[in-house]
Structures are given as structure tokens and as C-alpha cells.
Design a protein around this ligand. Structure first.
Ligand code: DX5
Ligand code: ZN
Length: 226
């Protein structure tokens, strides 16, 4: 099964309640929230306050992608605000990402590590069995609307070859053309910002990505009865 996670980064923030409702009713499986601190990435978005507001308006699970230099200090605030998943970047974790995973687990939140296109997957090896998800970046983080980097496709397969069986989320430049490529490589959660919020019908946009993605799966992989 493939799940679609619209990224609120490309939403109209003057109509946040409406935008969230639109994707929720349009078939979103998760809501992806891109938190940027202006330090780890050259852009600033929002913090736990907005995550809390979104949590009040939606039943969807909140998938918080922390593009911040100090996830350990702020994980608690995002958990309190209603995060169901927290992804932190391996690039900020130093030599002990396990410490941050422990903190996220203690908060009752599902832990995930995000990894940039040019960071070796071997950095994840020591902690892979403790993660609920790996977020494979298919653009360099910081901005929505960038072009998908095809060179990341073998990385998704490599992660499966390392034995990782939980969710692989892919983030950046996902649309109906790139979605089947990442799903074929082993992705199970697709983030899309501009390809959903940039379209007049969010329902049609989500359906187009889901249909394109599930078109490459076998009936069994699509959840059909054997
Ligand atoms: C990039 C963010 C992505 C981005 C996706 O730093 O992590 O979630 O908003 O946007 P699109 O789908 O427009 O590439
Ligand atoms: Zn993201």
C-alpha cells in the first residue's frame, strides 16, 4: 500500500483550515509538516504552534519533518503539539542518532530519520532496526517546488537491500511522473507539496499521484485479497 502525505509548505496559509480540510477530504493519508529553522536549511517556516493549530482542525496523523539543527531540544514541543511522527536529519545527529530516537520514543511518537541526497546511507545502519520510517530526500531540503533528483532512486533500493522493512518516505519533486519510479524502487509514503496544493482540485491531484504510484504494484501489494 502506498500512502500520500501532502506537504503543507505549498498550502495557502491564509486559509489553513480550508487547505487542511481539502486534502483530508481529498484522500490524504498523513499530513506532512515541514519545519525549517533558517540554520540547518536556508529558509524559515513554522514551529510547534502551527502544528498544534493544525492538530485541532484535523484527524489526520501529523508527520513532522524537522529540518532543524537541534531536534533533541524541540522534539518535546512538537510531540505536545500533536506530532504522530517526527523525522530528524541524520546530518545533525552527530555520532549518536540513537539518543534522539530514544527521546522521540519516550515521547510516544514514531521516530524517523531524514537523509539528504548526498549523505551516505551507511550512517543509518546502526539504528535502522529502531526506526519506524526513513525519509529519503529527493531534493536538497529548504524549498518546495524543486525538481526531483533521479540519482536518489538506487538509494531507496539500497535501503531495502540493507534489510529495512518499515516505511520509506520520499520527499521532493513527487508528482504523477516521479511517484511510480520511487514506489517501484521500494517507497511506501509519498510527500507532495506543489503537485497537490498547486492544483485546483486537491482530490484530483492526490488521486492522480496515487493511481500513478499504485499502477506499478501487484494486486497483492495493493492490498487485494490473495
Ligand atoms: C523540502 C521539503 C518538502 C517539500 C516538498 O525541503 O521537505 O516536503 O515541501 O515540496 P514539493 O513536493 O513541491 O517538492
Ligand atoms: Zn518534507
Amino acid at each position: 500500500m502506498v500512502r500520500i502525505a501532502p506537504s503543507l509548505l505549498s498550502a495557502d496559509f491564509s486559509n489553513l483550515r480550508g487547505e487542511v480540510a481539502d486534502v483530508e477530504q481529498g484522500g490524504a493519508d498523513l499530513l506532512h509538516l515541514d519545519v525549517m529553522d533558517g540554520h540547518f536549511v536556508p529558509n524559515i517556516t513554522f514551529g510547534p504552534g502551527l502544528v498544534g493549530s493544525v492538530d485541532k482542525t484535523s484527524e489526520l496523523e501529523l508527520d513532522c519533518h524537522l529540518m532543524i539543527s537541534d531536534p533533541l531540544t524541540y522534539a518535546g514541543a512538537f510531540a505536545k503539539a500533536g506530532a504522530d511522527w517526527i523525522s530528524f536529519h541524520v546530518e545533525v545527529a552527530g555520532t549518536d542518532p540513537g539518543r534522539i530516537i530514544d527521546a522521540i520514543l519516550d515521547l510516544g511518537v514514531k521516530p524517523s530519520i531524514a537523509i539528504n541526497p548526498d549523505t551516505t546511507l551507511h550512517r543509518l545502519k546502526p539504528v535502522l532496526d529502531r526506526l519506524e520510517m526513513v525519509l529519503v530526500m529527493s531534493v536538497f531540503p529548504g524549498f518546495g517546488g524543486q525538481d526531483f533528483i533521479p540519482a536518489v532512486l538506487p538509494r531507496i533500493k539500497e535501503l531495502r537491500d540493507l534489510g529495512f522493512q518499515k516505511d520509506i518516505e520520499v520527499d521532493g519533486g513527487i508528482d504523477p511522473e516521479t511517484a511510480p519510479l520511487v514506489v517501484e524502487a521500494g517507497a511506501t509514503v509519498l510527500v507532495a507539496g506543489s503537485a497537490i496544493f498547486g492544483r485546483p482540485s486537491r482530490r484530483d491531484a492526490i488521486t492522480a499521484i496515487r493511481d500513478a504510484a499504485t499502477g506499478v504494484l501487484s494486486p497483492a501489494e495493493n492490498g487485494a485479497e490473495a
